[in-house]
Write a protein that binds this ligand. Structure first.
Ligand code: BTN
Length: 220
């Protein structure tokens, strides 16, 4: 792993395009134009971990699931339990602590990961939280990054879906998925391509490549 650490960048995903080499990690203390999914802005103040990994293989949806799982496991290592909301958000009690945005550049996938660690303020549109907010403790960002990358590399070598399912808060819930239209159903699984398998009200199953879960009710 080769880490390039910057004080301020526009977006680590943008900078990573200049460093297309497998295993490269770009990290910045702040981003002036951090990007989120669905063309949203990503608030990137000091204290958070804003980084991008350059990866050469695997389709992006699978890498996203692997990265989300690796983040959950890294949090667990530092004593915080988190859950995974499909496709690739990490949550604590429905508050977002990490988001992932993967982008393709040539043969490479740039896996951009935003983790709220020691920052305490979050945008108002999406309920957010951070490691320090949840635990009262500050975590060393570099130690967290190293744990995350080590875990990510181990996870992608493996058949990690069984483990992903254990951390998922989506599987087993009734959800509304927004992906151009709104689809209601019960999330029954995630498959090897990273698709969400939804059981519709008519009993049929549907595989969903991408989308956003609008509401989520945990089945008892
Ligand atoms: C989301 O909307 O949930 C995805 C957020 C991804 C944010 C990270 S921060 C590091 C990398 N650089 C960016 O501009 N975005 C990603």
């Amino acid at each position: 792993m080769k880490i390039h650490h910057f004080k301020e960048v526009t977006s680590t995903n943008e900078v990573a395009r200049q460093y297309l080499e497998e295993g490269t990690v770009i990290m910045a203390d702040t981003q002036t134009r951090g990007r989120g999914r669905h063309a949203r802005e990503w608030h990137s103040p000091e204290g958070g971990l804003w980084c991008s990994l350059v990866v050469k293989h695997e389709p992006a949806p699978v890498l996203n699931l692997a990265a989300a799982l690796a983040i959950s496991k890294a949090f667990e290592h530092f004593g915080l339990l988190t859950r995974l909301k499909w496709p690739n958000d990490v949550h604590v009690d429905q508050r977002k602590i990490c988001g992932i945005l993967s982008e393709t550049e040539g043969d490479y996938i740039i896996v951009g990961v935003g983790v709220n660690l020691n920052n305490k303020e979050f945008p108002e549109d999406i309920p957010g939280t951070s490691y320090v907010t949840e635990t009262g403790n500050v975590v060393d960002r570099m130690e967290f990054l190293e744990k995350f990358v080590e875990t990510f590399n181990a996870v992608i070598q493996d058949d990690f879906l069984t483990e992903y399912r254990k951390y998922s808060s989506t599987i087993g819930s009734t959800v509304i998925v927004k992906n151009g239209r709104e689809i209601t159903g019960t999330a029954v699984d995630v498959d090897e391509k990273g698709r969400l398998i939804l059981r519709l009200e008519n009993g049929k199953e549907m595989k969903i490549y991408s989308g956003e879960i609008l509401r989520l009710h945990q089945l008892q």
